[in-house]
Design a protein around this ligand. Structure first.
Ligand code: ZN
Length: 850
């Protein structure tokens, strides 16, 4: 068990390790209950420091033997590692430990999933494999021998030797231990090759369980596209003879970028038209790209310490977003990313879990794999690129790769390459890495004698541990439109550096309409007081696709808030504007489908809270339902046309073009089902030949209170396919009426197929419950209690997934006293559990606050 009072680790306390590692040799003798790991590690004193304390991390290990330069020693062992005295000269450390992969349910270190051995070492899992300086700034080459009976034995790097019952691998690129990986299993490969720009032939393998071979082709294509794209756009070439990807069913995260041996949650790599939706395909393509891109941004250049996690994650998320934008539609990708940012990062940044993109302290690093580090981290890179321009960005990246290849770096190193290339002082910009919270950007307009003035002001609210904020550098992309809808000033980037600053545009014939924060040029909350008429004008005319969408979104949001707070009827300015956009078949179907979306109910709750009101989840749910119903009626005549436009004769392709049409067709079907009680959806379900259409028709039926027969048939059809059955579980919770959501989740959690130890299955039910705003926050408190019951059960088995799920409660202070009492009681109940993990304790303590 973890310490009762865990230590907090601070960025400011960083010191380098006293020794460098020249070489690591590992031998694994695999056995489920007693795997033996033999290590032989060449250390030498680190000339960068005089600190010669020798501490090796190690947890849950049984040390059988340790020796220095061949002489056996008896180190001093604690729960966290060992110490011993060592020579002040190069020496060889040897150790033999025993570990029990079969008993490892936390899915960190070496564990078993369906009889297959696999590893997850980021962030601090390697210390559960053997004694080692398990910190990212200690880098070494690794040679690994695996002795085991499984037909496939894999590790990082290139294959060196193999035979009956063994395989040997060598990774020539120095890496930190968190990138170590090992896989042993009865697996089959979907293989291909890739020839790099310099002519190196690389063997590519996607390893899966027998039976999943048919779900590999898309992932393999995505990998090859990623490899080509990184050569063409970033000049980065792959550097080993082989690139392996393995699909694993039991996995806490999406995927892991281990050098040359990426390990994927099977949900993040396996795909087929029959079993995967268009959204699944797009996500899989992006995750494969993301992990591949880490080969340079993360592996070749890694992080000095875990506080610098955003150095690899923010940059790599930014790179995978660029990749998706290039392959698919840039505006659609941007809109989807902003929807995601507002759904996941904003609540984090506006609540008790708020932390800077580069945190300054943590107790459990696993709790900082957050939307702030990843998604806001990527937004920060996007702002930097916008400020310095594309050419300087490319030059700075070239310098970054040239200067830091093979190093473990910091945010300071990263910003320095931009300063060196551009001559800019980025010290104020750096506040994006150190200040938490979402800045609020307020826009005021003035018009006089042909001069239009925008006054921008910024304010970042206090966040835990950071009461006072300084102004940040905010790039605000602005364009101006003439009253006739023409663009009178093309997009330019205003640099807001002060708390309040004015920018003037002169020589204008008429007062323009300002389109502010185009392309969502900064991750801020925009407060621009436009009239419904002005928003409707931007919805009709804005030349920036993001802001055109945003105008519709803001209109919908205002309409819903008026319905909630003033019992107003749905605004026809919104409905008419929306209908006009949907009618325009010159616009991308995917874009029009996004136009039909509404602000999420959680987002509406946040807005009400920011305005000093107490959100009522049930009232928000009802307003949303009413607006959808009214929209359906308003568009009655248009819906059949939208459906006709979305029909596809060609064979299924998961590309942006077809996916966009299906998205528009599904959105139209959802509205139509509100008018015909699901008649069309039932017909569509009967002839659906891909998962996107099947799931969309089933959703419409369930939403209409029908579909019982189809739901049962769906289960029977897919009962052998775990990823589809995850959808079956999730869908029922997501579409339950608010008063039934908790009961639905409870009923499903008693289902024979509810394997709660599998993170995907657990999240399918309880992730869906947490996302069901009105259901989770139903006044009965049933969902609060049910989730707490399950978190208490899961914590001893899998602390990492438990801790992550705790964020369901993070917005609790927004709601009324009764709900706060109910949630507070559940938080206290979980916190009172004996032996609660360090992960969960830290999360709940932060959420609970004082
Ligand atoms: Zn990553």
């Amino acid at each position: 068990m973890r310490d009762a009072a865990p230590n907090t680790i601070h960025l400011k306390d960083y010191t380098p390790f006293g020794y460098l590692v020249d070489e690591v040799r590992l031998t694994f003798d695999l056995a489920p209950d007693a795997t033996r790991v033999t290590s032989r590690i060449a250390f030498r004193p680190n000339p960068e420091t005089t600190d010669r304390r020798f501490f090796l991390h190690g947890e849950e290990l049984r040390l059988l033997r340790a020796a220095i330069d061949g002489a056996e020693i008896a180190p001093e062992i604690t729960d966290e590692g060992l110490t011993c005295s060592v020579p002040d000269a190069p020496f060889v450390w040897e150790a033999e430990v025993e570990i029990a992969p079969a008993a490892n349910t936390a899915l960190e270190g070496l564990y078993l999933s369906n009889g297959m051995y696999c590893t997850q070492c980021e962030a601090e899992g390697f210390r559960k494999i053997t004694y080692y300086p398990d910190r990212p700034d200690v880098m070494s080459t690794f040679t690994v021998r695996i002795n085991g009976t499984h037909p496939v034995l894999l590790s990082n790097g290139n294959p060196v030797d193999s035979g009956e019952g063994f395989a040997e691998w060598h990774d020539p690129w120095p890496k930190p231990a968190y990138l170590f990986a090992l896989v042993a299993g009865d697996l089959v490969a979907h293989s291909d090759t890739f020839t790099t720009v310099s002519g190196r032939e690389v063997d590519l393998n996607l390893w899966v369980r027998p039976g999943d071979e048919g779900k590999c082709a898309f992932g393999m294509e995505a990998l090859k596209k990623s490899m080509r794209w990184d050569e063409e756009v970033y000049g980065r070439e792959y550097d080993l003879d082989v690139f392996n990807i393995v699909a694993v069913d039991d996995f806490n995260m999406g995927a892991m970028e281990n050098k040359g041996l990426n390990i994927f949650n099977s949900a993040a790599v396996l795909a087929s038209p029959e079993t995967s939706t268009d959204d699944n395909f797009e996500r899989i393509e992006a995750i494969i790209a993301h992990e591949y891109f880490h080969n340079w941004t993360g592996n070749r250049i890694t992080c000095r310490d875990w506080f610098q996690l955003c150095l690899k994650e923010g940059l790599t998320v930014f790179r995978d977003a660029q990749f998706t934008s290039d392959l698919r539609s840039a505006p659609v990708k941007r809109i989807r990313d902003v929807i995601d940012l507002r759904a996941r990062q904003f609540p984090e940044d506006q609540g008790p879990l708020s932390h800077p993109v580069r945190p300054e302290s943590f107790q459990e690093i696993n709790n900082f794999y957050t939307a702030t580090v990843y998604e806001k981290g990527a937004e920060v890179i996007g702002m930097l690129k916008r400020l310095v321009g594309d050419a300087a960005y490319a030059e700075a990246l070239d310098l970054y790769f040239a200067r830091h290849d093979g190093q473990a770096c910091t945010i300071e190193d990263w910003l320095k390459v931009f300063e060196d290339v551009t001559g800019r002082d980025l010290s104020q910009f750096k506040r994006w890495y150190s200040q938490a919270g979402t800045p609020r950007l307020t826009v005021e307009e003035a018009w006089q004698d042909g001069t239009f003035t925008l006054t921008l002001s910024q304010e970042t609210p206090a966040t835990p541990g950071q009461p006072d904020k300084l102004p940040q550098v905010i790039p605000v992309a602005v364009g101006l439109l003439n009253p006739n809808g023409d663009e009178v000033r093309a997009t330019e980037v205003l640099e807001l550096t002060q708390a309040r600053q004015s920018f003037s545009f002169d020589g204008l014939a008429a007062r323009p309409v300002a389109s502010v924060l185009r392309d969502f040029s900064a991750p801020v909350v925009l407060d621009h007081d436009l009239s419904p008429e002005q928003r409707a004008f931007l919805l009709a005319h804005d030349t920036d696709p993001f802001n055109r969408w945003e105008a519709g979104r803001a209109l919908a949001g205002q309409c819903l808030l008026d319905m909630i707070t003033e019992d107003a009827a749905p605004d026809t300015a919104y409905l008419d504007g929306l209908t006009a956009v949907l009618r325009d078949d010159g616009l991308d179907p995917a874009y029009r489908a996004l136009m039909l979306g509404l602000p999420s109910q959680s987002e509406l709750a946040a807005t009400l809270h920011q305005r000093g009101l107490i959100p009522d989840p049930q009232a928000i749910w009802e307003a949303t339902e009413t607006l959808r119903q009214t929209t359906a009626q308003h568009m009655q005549d248009l819906l059949p046309r939208l459906r006709a436009e979305s029909q596809i004769e060609a064979p299924f392709r998961p590309d942006a073009d077809q996916a966009g049409k299906r998205a528009l067709g599904s959105a139209a079907l959802a509205l139509l089902s509100r008018l015909d009680s699901g008649t069309q959806a039932a017909a569509d379900y009967a002839c659906a030949d891909n998962m996107t259409l099947q799931l969309s028709a089933l959703s419409c039926l369930l939403k209409a209170g029908k579909g019982e027969v189809e739901l049962a048939a769906f289960y029977d059809q897919w009962r052998g396919d775990r990823l589809v059955i995850d959808k079956w579980f999730g869908l029922q919770v997501a579409l339950a009426a608010p008063e039934q959501a908790a009961e639905t989740a409870r009923r499903l959690s008693a289902h024979a197929e509810f394997n709660w130890r599998n993170p995907n299955r657990f999240r399918a039910v309880f992730g869906a419950l947490a996302m069901h705003h009105a259901g989770f926050h139903h006044a009965s408190g049933a969902a609060y209690q049910l989730l707490a019951d399950w978190l208490i059960r899961l914590d001893p088995v899998n602390p990492q997934t438990t801790a992550r799920m705790c964020s369901a409660y993070q917005t609790w202070r927004r709601y009324d006293d009764d709900r706060q009492l109910l949630i507070g009681a559940q938080l206290d109940r979980i916190l009172a559990q004996p032996n609660l993990s360090r992960d969960t304790t830290e999360m709940l303590t932060r959420i609970r606050g004082s």
